[in-house]
Design a protein. Sequence first.
Length: 279
Amino acid sequence: MWGTTFISTKVLLVEFTPLEILFFRFILGYIVLWAVYPRFFKTGRIREELLFAGAGLCGVTMYFLLENIALVHTLASNVGIIVSLAPFITAVLAHFLLKEEPLHLQFFIGFIVAILGIVFITLNGSYILKLNPLGDVLAILACLFWGAYSILMRHISKLGYPAVGSTRRVFFYGLIFMLPVLPVSDFRLDLERFAEGSHLLNLLFLGMGASALCFVTWNWSVGVLGAVKTSIYIYLVPVITVTASYLILHENITGTALLGTFLTLAGLFLSEKKTKKAK
């Protein structure tokens, strides 16, 4: 699902602002999670509540807001490549903040191989990559916030709260942190826009699938596998994107993209294998 979110977001940016997409998406996600887990749980200490608040700020508000704004100022291909740095950034942060997840040379080798493959996949034979400083810097900042989010979720997973309930609370704080920005941004309810079938379907996909379902499974995985090993699977996003484009949209896959797919999977294997041994 995350492999196709760039397309949905790019389509919605024609009629919606980045903040509007973000707000409507996570409102839908919160409603879905409440319907699935309609119970409230109390945290034991203020520190625990701050962990949820920090995760909401980093993983919901800042990451997606920066990514959506980056898509306005730079090419989707640039954003796709840059956000693939998230596993590396997560690993570096985890190395210093989570002593349970050490780094090894094979992880870095796998990272380089995977990033090279992702570049090939994203360009897909076009060899067009334009530097757009503002958008590219925003995408890099988004990666930093995602790394922080992964570390926070690793701590939250150890608290023993249900994955659905924990994710819903993270969404709640993410939405709270968006509220101060709404009055000073070009935010409109304008519900008539939802009458357009493509707008409604893309928002439902982003809210119910890419937000509610994907965040719950991701947060659960962080608890089971750890922040570093889970983040490594972000390398698969461009592989899934190009595969889905071929199967669903019948887009051509060039030899460059196939080579990129092979390199990305090889990099994933190298990084994941060493991380598994370290665990």
